[in-house]
Design a protein around this ligand. Structure first.
Ligand code: FAD
Length: 570
């Protein structure tokens, strides 16, 4: 059997695996990515790219490319609630189009103090961008049509077997680290014997049970429906509850309805599927069904472990969400961001392998937190059931619609205005965060209080020249010097240099920045998390060594494995 070497074998070419390939490739670390599918997703899948994910895309240089995809630039990204799409509109939460989002963000402060706003775009478009970005990096090989079938962690490396889906031929791959980004039915997780903990099988009137997914083309929708277009369309009636994301603004939709107890997905015909869609529209309308599938709503599950030895896991392989709030793919991307710089630092010999232990310690609590937020959003949406008379042309019907409208107006703000969820995730208690004794603001879904308390996202601000503070950061470590003559900043920079860290010193002469960070200097990690902040001189070498795990190599893993992929064109 032919053998390939790769520093990292990534299993799964969804958002998590592709993002990890980019993070590694951008750092000059080779990786082979295999995915059993023929290519990136055909179905729309996730529909919302949260602001923090967009900030990561900006850091990597392709946020604008992503923002130009999906809906037309002027298409509103509203969330609207109807009895049925062509009948009564109950409530609408207005959100900016992608063109307005670009213009708006530089004027926002407080909870939305950010470099990017969210973007409502189907995952299928994002995956195609991530694939292109990964494929153009030297040392990264992306191979669809191959699946992982075996692996063994020897302690020094991982011996893997991959199989060509088309002809069954096998190759062996020897890698230093195996990363399982292989989704909900993860083979890697299963083989490691990791279980899921949390909640599953929750039944709700909506978003709790068997869901039926249709990817449809219905170009007459916008002619027939008498309401303003929206990105997310939700129906609320006793017969057919559904949510539907606009995919291209031209008539393609990702439609998801909850099956009623008597409906068996396996026996549903195309004609049944059409009827379901038409029932949600509330009018007979022509449509083409591009694909159909089922999935289960009602999970809030997190794996008990994210790593063992030289094998790490991320994305849906270790956390399963009910997609209320749109957090599954975004959490998957952040797993990859977190693992990416750490794997690269270890493989380049800058950091001790123990750095990787911080991956599970940081990401697992975040997965518990985010699945918890999603569960609460799903409860709020799905436990509220429609009154029987909600569609009636009677005073009682009008009253029921008014009550539902008021409910959804409040609910939409809770589920779709979530700066706290997206910016407020923290790594308190991580072994590589240097605490300063301050207490971060409370964790709340709908508000975010910028804070430089170590362990959280670096607070953002727009500079006088119009740049985002983040655009000044280095790709690896950044030392923000907020008072030019700060001796502690000089000490930290010298310590970082002596430990071989790639550090960019950034001087910010802006009184607001000093107030925002409440310190003369802040050490920012490659994933834009504050590792340390301070004003008084400190044991700089210890601070930097703790934050980076540099300079305390234990001598493990002496055998070198080439950083590039020598024979990856399988
Ligand atoms: C209806 C719906 C709506 C959603 N909406 C949102 C949303 O708005 N926002 C959001 O953030 N999330 C949303 N999600 C969730 C989101 O789609 C997932 O969380 C996301 O795809 C996870 O990415 P991943 O890379 O971890 O896994 P996946 O995207 O599942 O990728 C895993 C890949 O691994 C491959 N694979 C599996 N086994 C092997 C093997 N043995 N060898 C090789 N390859 C293998 C698979 O082919 C697959 O391509 C939604 C999900 C659903 C169902």
């Amino acid at each position: 059997m032919q053998e390939s070497n790769a520093p990292v074998l990534i299993v799964g070419g969804g958002p998590c695996g592709l993002m990890l390939a980019i993070e590694l490739g951008r750092r000059g670390v080779g990786a082979l990515l295999v995915d059993e599918k023929p290519s990136t997703a055909f179905n729309p899948q996730a529909n919302a790219t949260q602001a923090r994910t967009m900030e990561h895309f900006r850091r990597l240089g392709f946020a604008d490319e992503v923002r130009s995809l999906g809906l037309p630039a002027e298409f509103p990204t509203d969330i609207a609630y109807f009895t049925r799409f062509a009948q009564h509109e109950l409530a609408r939460f207005a959100l900016p189009s992608s063109r307005d989002a670009r213009a708006k963000i530089s004027g926002l402060t407080g909870s939305w103090s950010a470099a990017e706003l969210p973007h409502r775009v189907s995952q299928k478009f994002v995956e195609a961008v991530l694939r292109r970005q990964a494929e153009k990096l030297p040392g990264i090989s992306v191979q669809y049509g191959w699946r992982l079938v075996e692996f063994e962690d020897t302690g020094d490396d991982v011996r893997c077997e991959i199989e060509c889906v088309a002809d069954g031929s096998r190759r062996s791959v020897r890698c230093r680290y195996l990363f399982g980004a292989d989704g909900a039915r993860s083979f890697v997780r299963e083989r490691l014997g990791f279980g899921y903990v949390g909640e599953t099988g929750v039944i709700r009137d909506f978003m709790g049970g068997r869901m039926y997914a249709l990817y449809v083309r219905c170009p007459d929708f916008y002619k027939l429906v008498p309401h303003a277009p929206a990105w997310m369309n939700v129906t609320f009636n006793p017969e057919r509850r559904a949510f539907m994301a606009a995919v291209d603004g031209q008539g393609e939709f990702a439609f998801h309805t909850q099956l009623r107890p008597h409906e068996e997905a396996e026996t549903l015909t195309i004609r049944d599927a059409r009827r379901m869609f038409q029932a949600a529209v509330g009018a007979p309308i022509e449509l083409e069904i591009l694909s159909r599938g089922t999935w289960t709503a009602g999970h809030a599950l997190v794996a008990d472990r994210f790593q063992r030895g030289c094998v790490l896991l991320g994305g849906d392989a270790v956390h399963l969400f009910t997609p209320a709030g749109g957090l599954g793919y975004n959490t998957a991307v952040e797993d990859a961001v977190n693992a990416g710089w750490k794997l690269a630092a270890v493989l380049k010999g800058v950091a001790d392998p123990s750095l990787l232990e911080s991956y599970e310690k940081e990401r697992r609590p975040l997965a518990v937190r985010n699945t918890g937020f999603a569960r609460r959003f799903a409860d709020s949406l799905g436990l509220f059931a429609p009154a029987r008379e909600i569609e009636d042309d009677t005073p009682e019907g009008a009253g029921a619609r008014q009550a539902a409208g008021a409910y959804f107006a409040a609910h939409a703000r809770t589920e779709f205005n979530i700066p706290g969820v997206t910016f407020g995730g923290r790594y308190d208690g991580s072994p590589i965060i240097v605490p300063d004794g301050t207490v971060p603001p409370p964790d709340a879904a709908n508000t975010y209080a910028p804070t430089a308390c170590p362990g959280g996202r670096a607070p953002h601000l727009w500079l006088a020249d119009g740049r985002s503070l983040y655009d000044t950061f280095g790709f690896e470590w950044t030392l923000l010097r907020l008072r030019r003559d700060s001796p502690v900043a000089e000490d930290l920079a010298n310590a970082a240099r002596s430990l071989g860290l790639d550090l960019t010193m950034v001087d910010i002469d802006h009184p607001d920045a000093r107030d925002l960070y409440e310190a003369d200097a802040a050490l920012i990690r490659p994933d834009q998390i504050v590792a340390w902040r301070g004003t008084a001189r400190c044991k700089a070498l210890q601070v930097v060594a703790k934050a980076s795990s540099a300079g305390r190599q234990t001598g493990q893993r002496k055998r070198p494995l080439s950083m590039a992929v020598p024979d990856h064109q399988i």
